[in-house]
Design a protein around this ligand. Structure first.
Ligand code: FAD
Length: 394
């Protein structure tokens, strides 16, 4: 692994840094889980796309820059260092788009990728169901063949769909062959969330905002043109990106390194300037040690990610290593925020950046596959420990 950037990578970094310095909103945008925040985030996505910064690793034909994986990581580092807004389009661009590139038809690529890149259409991931979370393949929502109309009829319920409250399209798996073994009878569908028969019911989060929704399907017709991959092959199609979600695309290190730098700044300023007391010692106080520890762990994640992208660029695969990243970044996020709240003391109530970040960090060990499941994967596939006994799945 070479940590020295090439000349072209340095030029790319400088261009990104300059653009972000000139364009990142001076004030943080309101939460994307509110109607006002949603509209402002969509505006931001459009601005990014206008100058080809919304999907740098995509081909030029689809608003991208043909950037390499390493350039993508460089961009992410710059993005978070500049304090740029969270991406409201993230489920589409990081989870769905790679599948459309790999398994989608040309027609699907042309119809869906450009509006995803500009943020005109925001996509919600409709995978989880009330009885199918960790054990996703036990899902019960169905797809019935309708030859007359040339498509499928969807019924059932999805839940915990992030951003579905305001999103316009959804993607999810449905059981299209009840006779097939559970992983084999699933098909991957794309559907507008305002289609006849779709009901989106918002769910309030800890902060009261409707960051999630339940999505109900009541005889919803989806034409063949909106089936992604082959019918019955949905599991394989979906899993082709799940490892990347956990291991790279959804949570690039820039996000945590920027938070770690802000934590160090907070350590320097909060004790001395805001609260008027001497700074707690880095060597002896628990909170000081926690600042150092969290910063080092963010840097370790950064270096590990550089190793991962080098491996992927050389033709390697993410595989089960994505689970190691997932456990690491989710625990790191909590540690960063808990340490900040310790530093702020009672002032934490007044600091929405750290407080909101903390409430969101708490969900890290749950989404993108719970950490218990990731530890099972690490134990079985990386460490070679005995497999979980059959029937032990809940
Ligand atoms: C912030 C957030 C955003 C989300 N966004 C989306 C989204 O956009 N789209 C979507 O489809 N879903 C989304 N989810 C849902 C998420 O994917 C599920 O919550 C997750 O997969 C766990 O499923 P579950 O909630 O049904 O818990 P369960 O699967 O019922 O698990 C409950 C507990 O049992 C443990 N457990 C289960 N099986 C085992 C086992 N075999 N061994 C050891 N422990 C086990 C789990 O780890 C967990 O601690 C989101 C969740 C959160 C918190």
């Amino acid at each position: 692994m070479d940590l020295e950037l090439s000349e072209s990578e340095l030029a790319f970094q400088a261009e990104a840094r300059a653009w972000l310095a000139a364009n990142v909103p001076a004030e943080p945008l309101p939460s994307m889980d509110t109607a006002e925040g949603w509209a402002l985030h969509q505006e931001w996505e459009a601005r990014l796309a206008a100058d080809r910064w919304s999907v740098v690793s995509w081909p030029r034909d689809y608003h991208g820059r043909d950037a390499s994986l390493i350039e993508w990581v460089i961009f992410e580092e710059e993005y978070y260092r500049a304090g740029a807004p969270g991406r409201v389009s993230q489920n589409g661009i990081f989870l769905l788009a790679p599948i459309i590139f790999e398994h989608g038809t040309k027609d699907q690529q042309d119809r869906f990728l450009p509006t995803m890149a500009t943020g005109e259409e925001i996509w919600a991931q409709c995978w989880s169901e009330p009885e199918a979370g960790s054990d996703l393949a036990s899902l019960n929502s169905t797809a019935r063949r309708d030859d007359g109309r040339g498509g499928w009829v969807l019924n059932g319920q999805k839940t915990w769909s992030s951003r579905a409250t305001y999103a316009t399209w959804g993607f999810g798996l449905f059981r299209s062959d009840p006779e097939a073994a559970r992983h084999h009878g699933l098909t991957y569908f794309l559907f507008p969330l305002d289609a006849d028969g779709v009901t989106v019911r918002p769910i309030a989060q800890l902060d009261g905002e409707a960051g999630f929704a339940e999505v109900f399907f009541d005889d919803v017709f989806v034409p063949d043109a909106d089936v992604l991959g082959a019918p019955g092959d949905g599991w394989r199609v979906a899993m082709s990106t799940a490892g990347n979600e956990r291991g790279l695309s959804l949570r690039s290190p820039g996000r945590f390194c920027a938070a770690a730098d802000r934590l160090v700044d907070l350590y320097r300023s909060s004790a001395v300037e805001v609260r008027g007391a001497p700074a707690p010692s880095l060597e002896t106080s628990d909170v000081g040690k926690n600042v150092v520890d969290a910063w080092l762990k963010a840097e370790a994640y950064r270096l590990y990610t550089w190793g991962t992208v080098t491996r992927l660029a050389d033709g390697g695969e993410m595989g089960a290593a994505g689970s190691v990243n997932k456990v690491w970044w989710s625990e790191l996020d909590i540690a960063l925020h808990e340490t900040a709240l310790d530093l702020l003391g009672t002032d934490a109530e007044l600091d929405s950046t750290w407080l909101d970040g903390y409430t969101f960090a708490l969900s890290g060990p749950i989404y993108a596959g719970t950490n218990e499941i990731q530890r099972n994967i690490i134990a079985e596939r990386i460490l070679g420990l005995p497999r979980e006994p059959k029937g032990a799945q809940r």
